[in-house]
Design a protein around this ligand. Structure first.
Ligand SMILES: [Fe+2]
Length: 342
């Protein structure tokens, strides 16, 4: 059985019935997860079936979980923390949440760009930051890269969310890594100059902006588009069908991708089980489930993808190690501030 708890519950309730509550070590693993997809349940069940290790889940947002682990200190039952975006994984790492682990299996199965250099966390799914456009107003031969978003030719045409969002911070962090700070700042300024409106809403709202005609170009993670495409609401499907998706920088470094990932918590009471859990996440079966929950890309080669993702075929992904996205995060935030990207 999987025990679920929301972060609002006191720990005694959250972990009620678990051996931890009575202080006895048992075959279990405690996950602190900032992911909450329906498919996660199946994932945990499969792990328990394979290993006999019970999974206890505490859900919350990334910053809450970090705070919680810090507050609990050495008494924390946390074994594994799962979250999304390299920027957030980096933040957790900076706060000393993760311990480095060694696993031959993870080293073999996961590409190098999906592993923290000291084994502090691992990426298990990928999301692409894609460009969306109105095919009736935009000539795709003029638009193929993130750099093009700053082209004065697109003045007043770009919809992109605010800079306090980690997805944009990580995108700018990738531009800093590839071009240096000065060029990255010029790019950010160029995008601000091209904005169709002051940043508002989430990624889905940017795609909707293209469909409604408020802008001609938008930036959003690919899965928001897939959600619209598969929505039960016909109006949502119409939105998705009226815009085109493109994967930027195919002639160069590849499309900026980010990760959903996890690491073993420093001082984890069930460290061995925690490592087994991470290794399980790299198995074919788990990779399929982990990625499917949010229409993400599995990171292990040859694992089946969602049919929409499959239909896009292969595209080139930026292989920048995702830990660089975290390292460049503070500079990205400063640049956004300087150029007035709200
Ligand atoms: Fe998201």
């Amino acid at each position: 059985m999987i025990k679920h708890a929301r972060l609002a519950l006191p720990l005694a309730v959250a972990m009620a019935g678990s051996a931890l509550a009575s202080g006895v070590a048992a075959d279990e693993v405690n996950l602190y997860s900032a992911r909450h997809y329906d498919s996660d349940e199946a994932l945990y069940q499969a792990f328990t079936e394979e290993t006999g290790i019970e999974v206890n889940v505490l859900e919350g947002d990334s910053d809450q979980l970090i705070e919680r682990i810090q507050r609990e200190g050495v008494a924390s039952p946390a074994d594994v923390m799962i979250t999304v975006d390299a920027g957030r994984l980096w933040r957790a790492e900076q706060e000393g949440i993760f311990q480095g682990i060694e696993s031959e299996m993870l080293a073999e199965r996961l590409p190098e760009s999906m592993r923290h250099p000291e084994g502090k966390w691992f990426g298990f799914s990928q999301r692409a930051r894609a460009i969306f456009y109105n095919p009736e107003t935009i000539d795709p031969s003029q638009l193929s890269s993130y750099e093009d978003l700053a082209d004065p030719a697109f003045e007043g045409q770009v919809c992109i969310r605010s800079s306090n969002n980690i997805y944009n911070q990580s995108l700018l962090a990738s531009l800093i890594a590839h071009h240096g700070e000065e060029e990255a700042e010029a790019w950010a300024q160029g995008v601000v100059d091209n904005m169709a409106r002051d940043p508002e809403g989430g990624d889905t709202d940017q795609i909707r902006g293209v469909a409604s005609g408020e802008c001609d170009i938008a930036v959003a993670n690919h899965y928001y588009y897939v959600r619209l495409l598969k929505s039960d609401d016909a109006a949502d499907r119409e939105v998705a069908e009226s815009v085109e998706i493109l994967f930027p920088n195919q002639d160069g470094r590849g499309t900026h991708v980010n990760v959903g990932g996890a690491g073993v918590v420093e001082g984890a009471p069930n460290e061995e089980n925690a490592i087994r859990f991470l290794e399980f996440l790299a198995s074919d079966q788990a990779q399929e489930l982990f990625a499917a929950g949010n229409y993400e890309f599995p990171v292990v080669e040859g694992v089946a993808k969602d049919e929409v993702l499959e239909s896009w075929g292969d595209f080139k992904k930026d292989e920048l190690n995702v830990s660089e996205l975290g390292e460049n995060n503070p500079e990205a935030v400063r640049i956004f501030d300087r150029v007035g990207w709200r």
